[in-house]
Design a protein around this ligand. Sequence first.
Ligand SMILES: [Ca+2]
Length: 371
Amino acid sequence: MIRRALLLAACVLCGAAAAHPPARQASYADRPEVRAFIGRMVERYGFGAEALRKVFASARFAPGVLRAMRPPPRERPSWEAYRARFVGARRIDEGLEFWRANRSTLARAARVYGVPAEVIVAIIGVESHYGRSTGRWRVLDALSTLAFDEAPRAAYFRGELESYLLFAREAGLDVLAVRGSPAGAIGLPQFMPRTYREYAVDFDGDGRADLLDDAADAIGSVANFLQAHGWRRHEPADLDASVSGAAYRAYADGGVQPRYTLAQLARAGVAFRDPGLPEDTRAALLELGTPDEPSEYRLGLHNFYVLTRYNRSAFYAAAVSDLAKALRAAGGSRADGARARAARPWTRRAAAGLRAAARAPRPGSAAPARA
Ligand SMILES: [Ca+2]
């Protein structure tokens, strides 16, 4: 989740990091930088030195993690391709299923945190395909590899490894067993360990915040994260826009912070339909580009910026916003089937069942026809 874009940007030297032969051979437990790390964990947080030494003797260097984190080939990113990946008919269908299965929890999260249900569903859909793709890497291996063999971002990942060990201890989880993304992101919302410790909530009241298997906790935690980063109730994230003339170009500066007033943008040739926003509303002018195609323009409002706190990429936030709008338009707010399914717990097993169900035609489905 978070920082994926940053990681990609900062990971240009991953190839060089992967070429460290000694790192692959020595056990992590025997490496001086790991011993120093263990020493700090013992001193600061009271871990047992021998227990941690055993943990790191079991940690494995994961070259696949470094490969997965390597930036894509240097071609111009394509908004059209990115959007197609996350806002297709199948992800919409399955999002509607997830919404129905968790309707009362989503409604409660919207009430408590002020974040619309469709935005929460969309984030979980983009992050983990509604819990089906939560990552196959042992988090300990991924974070050890990135913390000790990925020079450009090692300090960041050592911080995440520290948070991971604390998280596993607090949650009573086997530190060797938790699996996640190559970056070490965990569970349905793909929270990095530090984010997990700061923003995960126990939304079903069973005494633990479980983002690995519990959809209710994932829903509450996503909403809590967005609220904590300033989500504003009843405000849209972005508006469609079109441009004319040349003055607008100075405003399409690649930033996602809402810095310009709507009046400024209108004077610069940006046209949009104002849904009645306050006069002092500020926006970023987003250019979503696709090679050999005209760019798509949007106004990114305050809540769009909040979405980029989850993952610092305009493409990411725009895809979440589009998936959310598609879910709402496809009838996610309807009450059909709600009562029968509201109490069903959403687990990975349920998600696997959904996958099979999604393949079969469902009469009366609110979802649009598949493309
Ligand atoms: Ca819980």
